[in-house]
Design a protein. Structure first.
Length: 146
């Protein structure tokens, strides 16, 4: 998704937004995360499966890959994050997990989505911190020759 900003001079120029890939097997959490991140100023693409996510990683560049911890098959999440980390542009990676109150729930109960509005600033802050931390590790300042 490209967005453009039209300056006062009338010429269009591309506005670079940090791109985030959200990978989640369930539709409701995937759409909720997409909506929240887009409202926070990020360009978001989504994938419902790990194979779809692998294709998107091969086609595009992302500042952050955010994935469900329960992708099927079981090892898909680890493989996807390892694959993302091996890309030459080295995106930040993070896994979506249930909080402490969600432990011990049945698989049926875990499909319910609860995103509290008071948590949104913290979520967006964590995303910005992940992207910034990865960028600072990727680009080290040049040292002056002696």
């Amino acid at each position: 998704m490209e967005r453009f900003h039209k300056p006062a001079g009338g010429r269009s120029r591309r506005l670079d937004l940090a791109r985030v890939l959200v990978v989640h097997g369930e539709l409701a959490p995937r759409l909720a995360l997409q909506t929240i991140l887009e409202a926070g100023g990020y360009a978001v693409e989504t994938a419902a499966t790990s194979s779809e996510a692998f294709e998107k990683l091969d086609e595009g560049r992302y500042a952050l890959v955010l994935t469900d911890s329960c992708l099927q098959p079981r090892a898909a999440t680890r493989h996807l994050l390892a694959y993302a980390r091996m890309k030459d542009y080295r995106p930040a990676t993070a896994m979506i997990t249930l909080d402490g109150r969600g432990r011990g729930l049945s698989a049926r109960d875990r499909r319910e989505v609860a995103i509290r509005t008071e948590d949104l600033p913290l979520l967006l802050s964590n995303v910005a911190e992940l992207i910034g931390l990865r960028a600072s590790r990727r680009y080290r300042p040049l040292t002056q020759a002696v």
